[in-house]
Write a protein that binds this ligand. Structure first.
Ligand SMILES: *[C@@H]1O[C@H](CO)[C@@H](O)[C@H](O)[C@H]1NC(C)=O
Length: 455
C-alpha cells in the first residue's frame, strides 16, 4: 500500500515535533563550568537511593569533593540527621528525594515492586533533568541499582555528564539472600545490573576482589576501575590514657559496678555491633561465648557489649537471659545497648577485642564496622568465609578470622587469657597502624585525581 516516501513523510511528521519539543523543553546539557566560576570548577551530583545519614561513604565522597573546591549536590532520602559537616558546608547542597511509597502488606511484593520502581524512576528523572543544573559528574551508589543506574545513565546521556558508579555490593545478591536465588526478580535484577552497570565511565569498588569480579561476566565491564577501600572516620581514634578510659567506661557501660574490673584488666571487654538481621548470624557469637565459658582452664571473666538495632534483637535478648539463668555462661555477661555514635566510637577504643559477624552476599564487599574498629585501634575477630576478607583483616597482624562458633571460642579463649596477652598486644599495634591510614589519602590519590580536583 504505502510507498517508501510515504514512510519517510510519516516518520518526519512524527519525529520533527518531538525533536522540536525536546530541544525546547528537554533538560539543559553540561557545557563546562557556569560563567563567573573558574573553568576548572568541578560539579558533581552524588546520588544515593538511601538515607543520606546512613550513607557514610557517599558522605565522605561529598566532603572530599567539597574540600577541594568542587560543588556537590547530594541527593538521597532524609530520614536520620546527616553528618553535621555536610549541613554547614557552603560547597554542598543536600536535595531530599520524596519518600518512596510504603508497601501495604496486603499487596504481593511482585506487584508492589514495579510500582515503587516507577514512582522512583519518575521522581528521580524529574529531579535530575529539571530540578538541578547539569553537572560534570554524576556519582551514583550501587546498590540500590533499580532504578538509579538506569536513571543516572539516561541523565548522563541527555545532559552530557560523566557517570561514575561506586559499587558497594550487588543489588541482586542481596535480593537473592532474602527472596532465594531462583526468584524471577533476582534474575531480572542481575540482568539489569550487569547491563546498566556498563554505562559507567569510571567504576569505584570497595575491594580489589570486587573490581576483579566486575571485569568478568555477567558484568564484563571494560572501563576504568578503581578499588577504593573504606577508611575510618575521624571520630574513631584510639584512647591511650587510663583516665579517659575510666571516664568513658563509667559513662557508657550500663553495669557501673563492673567498671573497676574492666579498668584493672581482671575482666575483659568484648564489643560487637550487629544489625540483628538473619544475614548476620548472632547465634555464632552466643554459642562461642557459651563454649568459652564452659571450656577448660581458668577463664578471664568477660563483658560482651552488643550494640545496634534490628528485628531479631528481642529474640536474642530472651535467649541470652535464658542461657544466663540456666548457668550456661558463668563469668560471661552479655548486654545489649544502642549508643549514640560518638559513644560507640569511644567504647570501641576502650575494648579489648571487637567481634564482627558480617557475612557477605557477594563475597567481595567489606564490613565498615571492622574499618571503624581499626580506626579506634581495636583488634578484631571476624568471620572470614568470603573472598575479600584478606584485604581487610591480616591474620595475626591486626586480627583473627573464624569460620565457626568453635573457632571463635578458641580465639576468645586464647586472646583473652593471660597467655594470649602478648599476641593481643601485637594485634592491637597492628590495628592502630591499619587504622591510622585515613580516607583523605586514599581518596585524594585516586578519585581526586580522576575528577581533576587534585593534581
Ligand atoms: C569550598 O570551596 C572553596 C573553593 O571554591 C574552597 O576554598 C573552600 O575551602 C571549600 N569549603 C569547604 C568547607 O570545603
Amino acid at each position: 500500500m504505502y510507498t517508501l516516501p510515504a514512510y519517510i513523510f510519516l516518520a518526519v511528521a512524527f519525529l520533527l515535533p518531538l525533536w522540536v519539543f525536546y530541544t525546547r523543553y528537554g533538560p539543559s546539557e553540561y557545557k563546562g563550568a557556569p560563567a563567573g566560576e573558574s573553568q576548572t570548577g568541578v560539579s558533581v551530583h552524588i546520588l544515593v537511593l538511601g538515607d543520606i545519614g546512613r550513607s557514610p561513604r557517599m558522605t565522605y565522597h561529598a566532603l572530599s569533593i567539597a574540600k577541594h573546591g568542587g560543588k556537590v549536590h547530594l541527593i538521597g532520602y532524609l530520614e536520620s540527621t546527616p553528618h553535621p559537616d555536610l549541613l554547614n558546608n557552603p560547597n554542598i547542597t543536600i536535595t531530599a528525594l520524596p519518600p518512596p511509597p510504603r508497601w501495604p502488606q496486603s499487596v504481593p511484593f511482585i506487584l508492589f515492586a514495579p510500582w515503587k520502581v516507577i514512582h522512583q524512576f519518575y521522581s528521580l528523572t524529574k529531579l535530575l533533568s529539571y530540578g538541578l543544573p547539569p553537572a560534570q559528574w554524576i556519582l551514583v551508589q550501587n546498590p540500590p541499582a533499580i532504578p538509579t543506574l538506569a536513571v543516572a545513565g539516561f541523565i548522563c546521556y541527555l545532559r552530557e555528564s560523566t557517570l561514575m558508579i561506586d559499587w558497594h555490593n550487588y543489588g541482586w545478591t542481596i535480593l537473592a539472600g532474602t527472596k532465594g536465588s531462583r526468584h524471577p526478580l533476582v534474575y531480572v535484577s542481575r540482568l539489569y545490573e550487569s547491563l546498566f552497570g556498563r554505562l559507567g565511565f569510571v567504576h569505584v569498588t570497595v575491594s580489589a576482589a570486587m573490581a576483579r569480579q566486575l571485569r568478568k561476566p555477567p558484568y564484563s565491564i571494560k572501563s576504568a576501575m578503581i578499588a577504593l577501600h573504606d577508611r575510618p572516620a575521624a571520630i574513631f581514634q584510639p584512647v591511650t590514657s587510663q583516665k579517659e578510659r575510666k571516664e568513658i567506661l563509667t559513662r557508657v557501660i550500663p553495669e557501673k559496678n563492673l567498671v573497676p574490673r574492666l579498668l584493672d584488666g581482671s575482666m575483659r571487654l568484648v564489643v560487637s555491633s550487629t544489625s540483628w538481621t538473619p544475614d548476620e548470624d548472632f547465634s555464632i557469637l552466643l554459642e562461642a561465648l557459651t563454649r568459652y565459658a564452659a571450656g577448660p582452664g581458668e577463664k578471664s571473666p568477660v563483658l560482651a557489649v552488643i550494640t545496634g538495632k534490628g528485628p531479631q534483637k528481642g529474640m536474642y535478648e530472651k535467649k541470652i537471659l535464658e542461657l544466663t539463668k540456666a548457668g550456661r555462661m558463668p563469668n560471661v555477661r552479655v548486654t545489649t545497648a544502642f549508643l549514640p555514635f560518638p559513644d560507640y566510637a569511644k567504647l570501641l577504643a576502650c575494648a579489648d577485642l571487637g567481634v564482627c559477624l558480617h557475612t557477605s552476599s557477594s563475597g567481595v564487599d567489606l564490613p565498615m564496622k571492622v574499618v571503624d574498629m581499626f580506626g579506634a585501634g581495636l583488634p578484631v575477630a571476624a568471620y572470614s568465609g568470603y573472598e575479600s576478607f584478606k584485604e581487610l583483616v591480616k591474620e595475626g597482624e591486626n586480627g583473627r578470622g573464624f569460620g565457626t562458633a568453635e573457632e571463635l571460642a578458641d580465639i576468645l579463649g586464647h586472646l583473652l587469657s593471660p597467655s594470649g596477652q602478648a599476641e593481643l598486644g601485637t594485634l592491637k599495634m597492628g590495628a592502630v597502624k591499619e587504622g591510622s591510614r585515613r580516607w583523605d589519602e586514599e581518596w585524594d590519590s585516586k578519585i581526586g585525581m580522576i575528577m581533576g580536583l587534585v593534581t
